[in-house]
Design a protein around this ligand. Structure first.
Ligand SMILES: [Zn+2]
Length: 120
């Protein structure tokens, strides 16, 4: 999503109609997480199809499902790098980078020099 879309969607999440839809979604689901096998209490209303700034997908109840916070975070992180975050570039983080590499200067403790030793 563009920065503009992110700003627009942030406003949507503050609208009363969204809170009403979210509450309805959670109540209809009896606060049960929609993930199979998950027994956590649902606290989040998830968009089954990511709305990506599309108002009708955003607000349409048929596109809503109740999820617990951890399932919801996992799902959104998979879809778009988390709400408001940029999607990861393809290939980034796969095989790239050397985990044993350290920033320069941190592989060695500098020798201390006691200039005033013996003069106390
Ligand atoms: Zn869950």
């Amino acid at each position: 999503m563009s920065d503009e879309t992110v700003a627009k969607v942030r406003r949507w999440y503050r609208q009363r109609i969204w809170f009403a839809r979210r509450d309805a979604c959670l109540k209809t689901a009896l606060y049960r997480c929609a993930t199979a096998g998950c027994v956590n209490r649902a606290t989040d209303c998830d968009h089954i199809r990511p709305h990506r700034g599309d108002w009708s997908l955003f607000i349409e109840s048929s596109n809503h499902q109740a999820l617990c916070h951890s399932c919801h975070s996992r799902k959104t992180a998979r879809e778009d790098g988390g709400f408001g975050n940029r999607r990861r570039e393809a290939g980034q983080g796969v095989g790239g980078g050397n985990p044993s590499a350290r920033p320069p200067g941190q592989d060695r403790v500098p020798n201390r020099v006691f200039l005033h030793a013996g003069f106390s």
